[in-house]
Design a protein around this ligand. Structure first.
Ligand SMILES: C[S@@+](CC[C@H](N)C(=O)[O-])C[C@H]1O[C@@H](n2cnc3c(N)ncnc32)[C@H](O)[C@@H]1O
Length: 310
């Protein structure tokens, strides 16, 4: 798993710049354009929320668990719908920001949340966090599927039979190269170097190998109801983020100046945030990465039917 320090690096470092550029409770995961790029980013994020609500049931009185809730966009949407949301994140700045906005959010590893933690829920969602649940080291140790399987088992423990889990995550794509080739010394525009830059922005994170691996790990507890690739929608989302984050502003410039000592000290920081390349976008364009939006339903598989916890 990406450690707490890794997550602080990725998200807490950009907390204030992010909130100034995208809004206090903005989404930081792929929006849902469904290919209609005449939509604004905000419309496409709203469309995503509506879709999730329809698929997993977010409405008055429902309890929603958000695993890796970021700055609280989905929880805020759920609250407006009359639902009760509980979120976890590993960036202290995100947790503090969510709490300032009255959201019930905890600094806690999402992978450890089960029924004992916050009780039962009607629905679970996780957007853009699954990417962080396995680290390159855990992958090398052969623990990737064990980690995902445990996450699904825990998610199943909080849901009733028939309860739904919306999961959205990046995965390695059809043109992914052998992971051992990824490195700093690869030629500058090569796939290997772009993936190295991506790793600098998201240290400690490693992706699933396609939709199939995720579905296999979910299967003892969940069946897949629906899935779609969000790769092209994500490219548009990143394009819109870059415009907003790059737009000049006095406060933003001051914040960027305050990061200068870190920039000078740390090559990782320079690679992660100022390489001049949107590694994520290039990886999607080259199909080194894909992106999936999945709706799972908890099954009454053996072992769960007789479980008095539902
Ligand atoms: C790309 S952001 C997505 C945020 C949010 N879901 C959204 O759509 O805007 C990834 C989130 O996952 C959280 N995260 C990563 N690893 C985590 C872990 N092991 N436990 C809890 N949260 C985690 C980060 O703190 C961050 O909030």
């Amino acid at each position: 798993m990406a450690s707490r320090a890794d997550i602080e690096f990725t998200y807490t470092s950009i907390d204030r710049i992010f909130r100034l550029s995208l809004g206090e409770l903005a989404d930081y995961s792929g929006a849902r354009y469904d290919g209609d790029f005449s939509l604004t980013l905000e419309q496409a994020q709203a469309r995503k929320h509506e879709y999730i609500a329809e698929q997993i049931g977010i409405g008055p009185g429902h309890r929603l668990l958000d695993l890796g809730c970021g700055w609280g966009a989905l929880l805020n949407f759920a609250r407006a719908r009359g639902a009760e949301g509980v979120g976890v994140a590993l960036s202290s700045a995100q947790v503090a920001s969510c709490r300032r906005h009255g959201l019930d959010v905890h600094l806690r590893d999402a992978r450890t949340v089960d029924r004992e933690t916050f009780g039962p829920f009607d629905a679970v969602a996780s957007l853009g966090a699954f990417e962080h649940f396995c680290s390159p080291d855990s992958y090398r140790d052969g623990r990737q599927e064990e980690i995902y399987s445990q996450l699904f088992a825990n998610a199943a423990s909080v849901l009733p039979v028939g309860g739904r889990f919306y999961l959205q995550t990046m995965v390695f794509g059809a043109k992914m190269i052998p992971f051992e080739d990824v490195g700093e010394h690869a030629p500058r525009d090569s796939d290997a170097f772009i993936l190295f830059l991506l790793g600098c922005q998201f240290p400690g994170s490693f992706l699933p190998y396609g939709l199939e691996q995720i579905v296999r790990c979910a299967q003892p507890h969940f069946r897949l109801l629906e899935s779609s690739s969000g790769r092209l929608d994500y490219i548009e989302t990143i394009t819109q983020w870059s415009k907003r984050i790059g737009a000049p502003g006095m406060r933003k410039n001051l914040l960027k100046l305050r990061l200068l000592p870190r920039w000078l000290r740390s090559p990782e920081f320079r690679y992660a945030f100022t390489s001049g390349v949107s590694a994520n976008r290039v990886c999607f364009e080259r199909e080194l990465l894909d992106h999936f939006r999945m709706v799972f339903e908890k099954t009454d598989a053996p072992g769960t039917l007789d479980d008095p916890r539902g």
